[in-house]
Design a protein around this ligand. Sequence first.
Ligand SMILES: NC(=O)c1ccc[n+]([C@@H]2O[C@H](COP(=O)([O-])OP(=O)(O)OC[C@H]3O[C@@H](n4cnc5c(N)ncnc54)[C@H](O)[C@@H]3O)[C@@H](O)[C@H]2O)c1
Length: 327
Amino acid sequence: MILITGGAGYIGSHMIKYLQGRGEPVLVFDNFSTGHLPALRGAPYVQGDLRQPQDLNALFQRYSIECVMHFASKISAGESMRAPAEYYEVNTLGALQLLTAMSRHRVQSLIFSSTAAVYGEPETVPIPEEHPLKPTNPYGESKLAVERALPWHESAYGLRFVALRYFNAAGADPEGELGEDHHPEEHLIPLTLFAAMGKRESIAVFGTDYPTPDGTAIRDYVHVWDLCQAHYLALQQLRAGAPSAVYNLGNGRGYSVREVLHTAEAVVGKPIPHSVAPRRPGDASRLVASSDKAHRLLGWQPEYPDLSSMIAHAWQWFQRYPHGYRG
Ligand SMILES: NC(=O)c1ccc[n+]([C@@H]2O[C@H](COP(=O)([O-])OP(=O)(O)OC[C@H]3O[C@@H](n4cnc5c(N)ncnc54)[C@H](O)[C@@H]3O)[C@@H](O)[C@H]2O)c1
């Protein structure tokens, strides 16, 4: 079976549904610190913490795991600046403890959720995998430390891995059963839709003087269901004995904050209240992935590369569950 750490979270919960739809047995490991029990939709789970080696050892002792998809993590770059120790503790130490438990129990396949934050300020755009790795926050550092540990675990213990560097995950289950429910929510698309729903007064556009066509910052959004497809392809590759690899996952086409706002207005069919605010320190003007490698070597073909599908699916979920998993 496939172990999904962080399966109660946004991306992990979609992964459960994606794998179950393909007849793959799954098991979830989560401490429910930010995840939601209903997001598991009845999938089997073990409640435990990455920081507790005994939780991990008991899990691998009891279940026969073929491959681990490691989503469990703290995810806010901003928060990591204020609480770096927690990021190293969960994201780096927690992942290393997972690797130790895996090698002790001879589990040798890992798909690791990495991030565009490992690159830092881009020197070239679109950003290829060989771009220098210079994170500008502890979140990116805490993930990069794990990425750097993986090849050493491969040569010493026979681990095989695929590290996937996601750009901005967006959207929701196309069938509307699952969605994004972060507390606090920091991502632009859900915040924009909250403003459309009246759950918040307005959405702030941080910075209108970037060197971009409309002056607002550009990000590369990737549909959560397409991230799941990439994980599934990575699993097939590991099963087929392909070498370990690192891939970017983005759409190679960035959208500005204003484009997100206008697309969201088209999806919801009304203007969305917004305000203009100064740039936030540390925000890059343009973060766009080159995902050529994932297309060529993983065979990844995003099904929903357009921003309007991502926003429409997120909107479908928020309309159905305006209070998220709390009903
Ligand atoms: N959301 C994005 O845009 C994005 C972008 C790049 C990378 N990522 C990566 O994708 C992964 C999933 O992100 P997400 O948005 O689904 O996050 P999320 O916060 O929704 O989910 C994380 C899950 O991990 C669990 N968890 C956290 N700490 C744990 C611990 N110590 N022990 C056990 N479980 C723990 C939480 O309860 C939650 O269910 C993360 O590794 C994140 O760094 C996300």
